[in-house]
Write a protein that binds this ligand. Structure first.
Ligand code: PLP
Length: 386
């Protein structure tokens, strides 16, 4: 770390509050700092490194594709892009895909789709109902869509057309629906405010309401997607399909990629409506294909469900607070408002966890985590917070 924090402060905009560690290498669920100190990674790049660090299949796919072709413009055909779209559609629901580079961009595509759809199908309706305390990204539209004032207030005037209602309150959605409403955009589990899952029946209720009122249902599965909750996509637990779904984070296992899937009802983009220079380039798509291949070949969906139960049980056994979540997306809500102190003490003790609020620790480890590692994480937490 010698001098690094000072240089960071001098040369990088002050947008992040960083933990005092310089990570230089990783293997599986372990990461190492510049002095070789080992850390158990229960954050996984915030739900990104689904296969852990340095997975050989991923490394090989990246290396091979990089030596063949890293990038071509979307002016031309590209087989990895088409193959990835096909795999995602097979895993999700009949749809077509637009590729972007991040979660925020995938959501921007969804927002633009909803607006055009409303123009064509609901007499110019353009409003999107979202949840208070939700998170959809940091672009101007997505920060407005997310219902957290602190993230959007300094940047006004904000784009219009977003209406915020309490999460898990179907009646509030119905009451907020007007002739101007085009879509409802929801995370199946609120991630950034501390892992708050949709209540039983909420997603199915939203689906029914969207059918009844002729609205689009957009599910932001940027954090919940790609197996984290024990199904490929979290909405599959609820037995429904959205009209539009967005993905990013784990999709590329660490290589930036985002995707927006839209069913035939919602897929109203025509040539010229939307685009991206990098979105869906061969490197990102070949990598994402390898991520899917490994999730399947290593049975990581079932493993995530199993390890998620074990993690929830282990965290609960600490008796430090309450546990909530689904699969390998869990939170420990501490009885004391000392999550930041616990995060710092855990880091010192070689465990990476994420304090998302004063009381809440979030756990979104690689899907390849094993019982011994969960046990180790629990023991460290007990030592530093017990
Ligand atoms: N949507 C959800 C649910 C997220 O959790 C995030 C990031 O945390 C985003 C969107 C934004 O993704 P990105 O940071 O890749 O733009």
């Amino acid at each position: 770390m010698e001098g690094l924090a000072g240089l960071e402060s001098q040369y990088l905009m002050h947008t992040f509050r960083r933990q005092p560690v310089n990570l230089t290498r990783g293997s599986g669920c372990w990461v190492y700092d510049e002095d070789g100190k080992e850390y158990l990674d229960m954050v996984g790049g915030i739900a990104v490194n689904a296969l852990g660090h340095g997975h050989p299949t991923l490394t090989q796919a990246i290396t091979e594709q990089a030596s063949d072709l890293i990038h071509v413009s979307n002016l031309y055909y590209s087989r990895p892009q088409v193959e990835l779209a096909r795999r995602l559609v097979e895993l999700a629901f009949p749809s077509r895909v637009f590729f972007a580079n991040s979660g925020a961009e995938a959501n921007e595509a969804a927002i633009k789709l909803a607006r055009k759809w409303g123009r064509l199908n609901r007499a110019g309706a353009f409003e999107i109902i979202t949840a208070i305390d939700s998170f959809h990204g940091r672009t101007l539209a997505t920060v407005t869509a997310g219902g957290k004032d602190a993230y959007s207030a300094p940047f006004g005037p904000l784009p219009g057309g977003f209406v915020h209602v309490p999460f898990n309150d179907l009646d509030a959605v119905k009451a907020a629906t007007t002739a101007s409403t085009a879509a409802i955009m929801i995370e199946p589990i609120l991630g950034e405010v501390g892992v708050i899952p949709a209540a039983a029946g909420y997603l199915a209720g939203l689906r029914r309401w969207c059918d009844e009122a002729n609205l689009l249902l957009i599910l932001d599965e940027v954090q919940t997607g790609m197996g984290r909750t024990g199904r490929w996509f979290a909405h599959q637990h609820a037995g429904i399909t959205p009209d539009v779904m967005t993905l990013a984070k784990a999709l590329g296992g660490g290589v930036p990629i985002g995707a927006c899937l839209a069913n035939p009802r919602a897929d109203v983009f025509e040539p010229g409506d939307h685009g991206s220079t990098f979105g869906g380039n061969p490197l990102a798509c070949r990598t994402a294909l390898a991520v899917i291949e490994v999730i399947e070949s290593e049975g990581l969906i079932g493993h995530a469900a199993e390890m998620g139960e074990l993690l929830a049980e282990s965290l609960g056994s600490l008796e430090l607070g309450t546990v909530r979540g689904l699969g390998l997306m869990q939170a420990l809500v501490l009885d004391q408002p000392h999550a930041k102190e616990v995060q710092a003490a855990a880091l010192d003790a070689g465990l990476i966890v994420n304090a998302v609020t004063e009381r809440t620790l979030r756990f979104v480890p690689p899907l390849v985590i094993n019982p011994a590692q969960i046990d180790q994480a629990t023991r460290v937490l007990k030592a530093v917070a017990g």
